[in-house]
Design a protein around this ligand. Structure first.
Ligand SMILES: Cc1cc2nc3c(=O)[nH]c(=O)nc-3n(C[C@H](O)[C@H](O)[C@H](O)COP(=O)(O)OP(=O)(O)OC[C@H]3O[C@@H](n4cnc5c(N)ncnc54)[C@H](O)[C@@H]3O)c2cc1C
Length: 384
């Protein structure tokens, strides 16, 4: 008879990139870890592209996932501009003394690299096991899940929820619906990208073109009606709209594939409860404008693993969880407020603001120490 364990020291809900990073961070400790994932092993997760910061590369190396990642595309410089207004700023890897400011990878590739690393680490994962309830008392946490048509409760000293903010996340302390959607696609252009990432602010919302393989990964923020319209256009019409909005600084757009759209919101929650901790998008969900969401979630996972390694006997205790919460506060708050501030500042077309923003961009461009400061925060987080 098959015996299915109903207890582990740590139960991780969600084997997305953040849950997987936590499991890898715990691999050398003397604690039992069980990962529960709603999807099947073949599901590749979201159809989107992620910009990983240079700091995330260093963490992924330590977790044994970086070398398994198929062809990440380096970002060697970033060009920032606003539509219909003056001012421009550039950031480069040279200014930050690093080989690349970051790397662009497909979510599916990242997912495969983590799955590969988890297999090599012999991690225990139960796929097709959606958790539908999380509970905690003073002495243990528990999750209710369904597998093989039956309901099970599994207990743990600590439950780590990394469900991407799907349904198990706590009620956020702050939340905001941006009333914007991100339309994403892979776009080819007739000019090489040269490692340049473009960030362009428009009154509807920011748009980013990230160098990816031989072309660009597009993240185009628009209102919901426009997202629906863009997703319904023929390829040639979509490319013409993109060219009109973006201009020709990245060349002429020639082809496109893999269009998707995502609603955008901001949520920031208390990351700890009784015997429960929330990580990644379950703790904070950010606008993709600055490409910070996963980078922040990876640091959540890494620092939780370090907090557990410091004293495994304290695993899941209120003292350990409060220490973790305090340790993560500056980075979580800094990343969230920076991202939200950018969206508020740039998502409108008031003429005086246009000129102020233009002046701000030009001043920033001529101010090397401000650039160094910002680059460091973007690569290593607010506490870095
Ligand atoms: C358009 C767009 C572009 C973005 N670009 C960037 C970027 O450039 N850089 C960056 O750092 N971030 C970016 N982000 C944010 C990034 O995608 C997220 O921060 C990241 O995916 C969060 O990882 P996660 O593991 O917390 O959640 P997810 O990636 O959502 O993974 C959650 C996992 O939990 C599983 N799950 C869900 N519910 C359950 C359940 N009940 N039981 C069991 N399993 C469950 C899911 O199947 C999934 O495998 C972007 C986001 C968007 C929308």
């Amino acid at each position: 008879m098959n015996h299915v364990a109903n207890h582990a020291d740590i139960v991780i809900v969600g084997a997305g990139p953040v849950g997987a990073a936590l499991a890898l961070g715990l691999q050398d400790l003397d604690v039992s870890v069980l990962l529960l994932e709603a999807n099947s092993p073949e599901a590749a997760g979201h159809r989107r592209t992620l910009a990983l910061s240079y700091g995330s590369r260093l963490l992924l190396e330590r977790l044994g996932a970086w070398e398994r990642l198929a062809s990440p595309t380096p970002i060697t410089s970033i060009e920032i501009s606003q539509q219909g207004g003056p001012g421009r700023a550039g950031l480069s890897a040279e200014q930050a003394d690093v080989p690349a400011l970051g790397y662009v990878v497909g979510y599916g590739n990242l997912h495969r690299a983590f799955a590969d690393a988890l297999r090599a680490a012999d991690a225990e994962i139960r796929y097709a096991t959606p958790v539908h309830r999380v509970a905690g008392t003073q002495s243990y946490g528990a999750v209710a899940c369904r597998s093989d048509g039956a309901e099970h409760w599994i207990t743990a000293r600590l439950v780590a929820v990394a469900d991407g903010g799907a349904a198990l996340a706590p009620v956020p302390r702050w939340r905001r619906d941006y009333e914007q959607w991100a339309v994403t696609a892979d776009v080819s252009a007739d000019a090489g990208h040269g490692g340049v990432a473009y960030e362009r602010f428009t009154p509807q919302g920011p748009m980013a073109l990230l160098p990816h393989d031989d072309g660009f990964a597009l993240v185009w923020t628009v209102r919901q009606e426009q997202a629906e319209r863009l997703c319904g256009l023929a390829d040639a019409d979509f490319l013409a709209s993109l060219q009109e909005q973006f201009g020709d600084r990245a060349g002429t757009f020639t082809a496109l594939e893999a269009r998707s759209r995502f609603p955008l919101r901001f949520a920031f929650a208390n990351p700890v409860g009784r015997r429960v901790v929330y990580l990644g998008n379950a703790a904070q969900t950010l606008h993709p404008v600055a490409g910070q969401g996963f980078n922040l979630g990876l640091r959540d996972a890494f620092e939780l693993a370090e907090a557990i390694a410091r004293d495994p006997r304290q695993l899941g205790s209120p003292a350990m969880l409060q220490r973790y919460r305090r340790g993560r506060r500056l980075d979580r708050l800094g990343g969230s407020l920076f991202t939200d501030g950018l969206v508020r500042l740039f998502s409108n077309d008031r003429v005086p603001l246009n000129w102020l923003r233009g002046g701000g961009l030009a001043t920033f461009d001529a101010w090397p120490s401000a650039k160094k400061f910002l680059l460091r925060r973007m690569m290593f987080g607010a506490a870095g």
